[in-house]
Ligand binder design. Structure first.
Ligand code: PHE
Length: 340
């Protein structure tokens, strides 16, 4: 019996076959178990001896099974290793590492620069009502900014009102002033929409709005913040800025800001030079706007500014056509260094 079972253990060529042998030999109905049941028929003297002999066989078979099992395991492992072998000399598949979109990169830079000056980020809604986008900002119904041509209007509701896709980030100023008591110091970056499409306009573009309201805020603060910002963003320490009188319904006085530049041989260079580039609109918040938001204009005043993000990125990276930001062309991304 013993040598027969041991032979069968050796003959098992895989783990399943080995387990079958184990059941045949040691299982409840296995050969050894069955034989041991017959011990009762023997005389007590013989029973003891035979019992010991069976136990030894049982032990030997169990041991043999464990040893066989270990060797079958390592055979199976070898086979698997051989099959799944990795050829480390093969060339890798080409991969492209993604990078943040230049608009998102520019936005992050802006948030960081203004963050250092103590501004926090506020958000509004892409779909705005007439009050926040126009009326509260002192833009009367007959103002050209409301023209169907520029503004994307939503369908009219039964009560005659209709929402708009915000045409600038300025409605976030209104929401901030309605919802917080001064002092206020926020920037509001985000998407804006106007029905316009050419090399320097896209129907969807980005702006960052700035708003500061406090008791003694004045035009000097406005200038200081914008000078600091432009120099940090373009990385030009003594970048000259020009504050040019302008008009916005929601600021008085208003100023457009130009930065110095030079053009030689078709190359634009930001910095002190013979030319100027307009980069943003700004002004002291109109008292009417403060009052529209429930802020006492005899106690508080402040300034606001609005900057076009695409325009900033175009100037910083020398990109001539605004529409290319949205064409997801990898060659374009590579050309301007936005991809490795
Ligand atoms: N909202 C103005 C625009 O879109 C920019 C602006 C913002 C001007 C804040 C002054 C103050 O052109």
């Amino acid at each position: 019996l013993r040598s027969d079972l041991l032979q069968r253990v050796e003959a098992a060529t895989d783990l399943d076959a080995l387990d079958a042998v184990r059941v045949q030999a040691l299982g409840k109905k296995g050969e050894i178990t069955q034989r041991m049941k017959t011990l009762g028929n023997l005389a007590p003297e013989e029973r003891k001896e035979a019992g010991q002999a069976f136990n030894l066989i049982k032990q030997a078979v169990a041991e043999a099974i464990e040893i066989r099992k270990a060797s079958l395991h390592s055979v199976a492992l070898e086979a698997r290793l051989a099959e799944e072998k990795v050829d480390v000399s093969l060339p890798p598949r080409p991969t492209t590492i993604g990078k943040m979109h230049p608009i998102s990169q520019t936005l992050e830079e802006l948030v960081a620069i203004f963050g250092e000056m103590g501004f926090s980020v506020a958000e509004g809604h892409h779909i705005e009502d007439d009050f926040h986008n126009f009326t509260a900002l002192n833009i009367p119904p007959e103002h050209p900014a409301r023209q169907e041509l520029d503004t994307f209007y939503m369908p009219e509701r039964e009560d005659g009102t209709r929402s708009v896709l915000r045409t600038h980030t300025s409605p976030v100023q209104i929401r901030a002033m309605q919802n917080t008591t001064p002092p206020i110091r926020i920037i509001a970056p985000g998407r804006t929409f106007r029905a316009d499409h050419d090399a320097t306009h896209s129907p969807m573009f980005h702006q960052v709005e700035g708003l500061v309201i406090d008791e003694k805020t004045n035009m000097g603060h406005l200038k200081g913040v914008l000078i600091e910002f432009c120099r940090a963003f373009f990385g030009v320490k003594d970048l000259p800025l020009r504050f040019r009188p302008s008009y916005f319904p929601f600021t008085e006085p208003s100023a457009e800001v130009d930065i110095g530049c030079s053009r030689s041989g078709g190359q634009l260079k930001i910095g002190a030079g013979e030319d100027w580039l307009e980069i943003l609109g700004s002004g002291m918040v109109h008292p009417k706007v403060l009052e529209n938001c429930g802020i006492d204009s005899s106690k508080y005043q402040g300034f606001a500014f609005g900057i076009g993000i695409e325009r900033l990125a175009m100037l910083k990276y020398g990109i001539p056509d605004l529409r290319t930001f949205y064409e997801t062309d990898l060659r374009w991304m590579k050309h301007y260094g936005f991809l490795p």
